[in-house]
Design a protein. Structure first.
Length: 61
């Protein structure tokens, strides 16, 4: 009885480890996607901010 219980516990732990690994991989992908999105938005904003300043400088000269 105890032996069967220990086997089932080991199987459960292995399944939980697989789930944890899959979850962590999923979280890493989501995290990377968010970072890439933030960087992309930041670059767009900086681009939009820098372009009028450059045009203004050229116009000022």
């Amino acid at each position: 009885m105890d032996h069967n219980l220990s086997i089932s516990v080991i199987k459960l732990r292995k399944q939980q480890k697989k789930k944890m690994i899959l979850r962590s991989i999923g979280l890493i992908f989501i995290f990377l996607a968010i970072i890439i999105g933030i960087v992309f938005v930041a670059l767009c904003l900086f681009g939009l901010i820098n372009v009028p300043i450059q045009i203004h400088k050229i116009g000022g000269l």
